[in-house]
Design a protein around this ligand. Structure first.
Ligand code: ZN
Length: 432
């Protein structure tokens, strides 16, 4: 990721779009639509568990990628990465509180991550059964963690089979290696109760990682906390990260999404503006359309899953079950809806009202006739168009477009679906 905002996307500058690799069956979609996005984010446990698949997939795709080291999870109650109990039909068993019932053993993907990737320090933590605390971070542990986590990112998916190596740009030193476009320093959630201690740990991990990686790849730090905390402690937090000289910053606003309240939207916008103002490339790990708009305030880009993963909380279950429910993205409302909502809106607006001109829909197709795969492909195509439009239009034009959409849609479908966020976004972008 080079250039002023750190994410070059071909011709000129536009928001960088990365997709998070989740289900292996998205492989075909990502290949078929490789021109609609800039890169792939691979969660470290998935990289470890499906190493061969991921290496070959990324090699054949030959697009930038990076590995999310997922280290925060080792500082949360460890039962979260324990295997969920499944019934005879392989369905996850849930207790009365709706949470999955856990077995005493680790999930296979995290076990693989420890055994084949991170090894010692994390293995010891899991064995003692208690999550990491800031007081655990001695100088020795910090440099061990920085070394094992960055080595895994640099080596985990980089060794290409010869048949794919020919697609990569020639590199005289290591012709058959497909290195990540950046290395992410081990990171931990800035828990409100101990955020100063965790901040210190994060900054120390970042410093140690920069030292260990030694210029083999750009090193990014992750700022991860609640929107309220990040907003209130903006300068303290960012100055601490900036002081060790990272190549860029990844942001994760805990559980935040574009339909949050006005103060959260403003808090995130102010944080992005301040972070990007230092000149460092700044990229969100999770996001929806609102993050695309934040490009106007300096955000380099963001990542999300194809039809999920637009937001994430620190203690969300990372285990996925079966297929994700059908979601259709309504371009005018910037929203993904389930089939029932789509039916209700189509009943009011008609097929014409919902017409989409993307390559899949081609202005005529009834969105309800799209299957799950086509709905995802529609999303990729529409998002690519939105990215181009964002890069071309002024903030004022973007805000006017959002206000128009609200004016047009609220009287018709306002009782079925909220459109208020369109106005809230417009206010943030043009300040009116
Ligand atoms: Zn479409």
């Amino acid at each position: 990721m080079g250039g002023k905002r750190g994410m070059k996307t071909g011709e000129g500058q536009s928001p960088a779009l990365f997709y998070r690799l989740g289900l292996t069956r998205e492989k075909g979609l990502f290949k078929r639509r490789r021109d609609t996005y800039d890169g792939i984010v691979v969660p470290a446990n998935i990289a470890a568990h499906n190493q061969k698949f991921c290496t070959e997939f990324l090699g054949a795709l030959s697009k930038p990628y990076f590995i999310d080291p997922m280290t925060y999870i080792f500082a949360r109650p460890l039962r979260r990465i324990h295997r969920s109990r499944r019934d005879a039909d392989r369905k996850i068993v849930r207790g009365q509180d709706g949470k999955s019932v856990k077995e005493s053993s680790l999930r296979r993907s995290f076990q693989k991550l420890i055994e084949g990737g991170y090894q010692d320090p994390f293995g010891e933590i899991v064995q003692r059964g208690e999550p990491l605390l800031p007081s655990d971070f001695t100088a020795t542990l910090s440099s061990k963690l920085a070394a094992s986590v960055s080595d895994f990112q640099l080596r985990g998916l980089a060794e290409l089979p010869a048949k794919y190596a020919k697609y990569l740009p020639p590199s005289p030193s290591r012709p058959s290696r497909h290195l990540p476009c950046l290395v992410v320093a081990p990171y931990f959630y800035l828990d409100k109760a101990a955020w100063r201690d965790w901040l210190q740990v994060n900054v120390e991990m970042l410093r140690a990682t920069i030292q260990h990686v030694g210029g083999q790849a750009p090193v990014y730090g992750v700022v991860f906390g609640d929107t309220g905390l990040l907003d209130q402690q903006r300068d303290t937090i960012l100055e601490a990260f900036e002081s060790v000289g990272p190549s860029g910053l990844l942001l994760w606003f805990n559980r935040f999404h574009g339909r949050a309240g006005a103060s959260d939207l403003a808090g995130v916008a102010a944080f992005v503006k301040r972070a990007a103002g230092s000149g460092l490339p700044t990229f969100s790990l999770y996001g929806d359309y609102y993050q695309l708009l934040l490009w106007h305030l300096g955000l380099s880009g963001f990542a999300c899953g194809v039809c999920y993963g637009e937001r994430k909380g620190v203690d969300d279950d990372t285990e996925m079950e079966g297929s994700m429910p059908y979601r259709y993205y309504i371009p005018l409302l910037k929203k993904k809806v389930v089939r029932e909502t789509l039916e209700a809106i189509r009943g009011i607006a008609g097929i014409q009202g919902l017409a989409c001109s993307c390559e899949i829909c081609g202005s005529r197709l009834d969105p309800l006739s799209l299957d799950e795969e086509q709905a995802k492909e529609h999303f990729l195509c529409v998002r690519a168009g939105e990215r181009e439009l964002t890069a071309q239009e002024t903030p004022t034009a973007a805000a006017a477009r959002l206000r128009n959409a609200d004016r047009m849609w609220k009287p018709r479908v306002g009782h079925v679906i909220r459109t208020d966020e369109l106005l809230a976004w417009a206010r943030i972008i043009d300040g009116r």
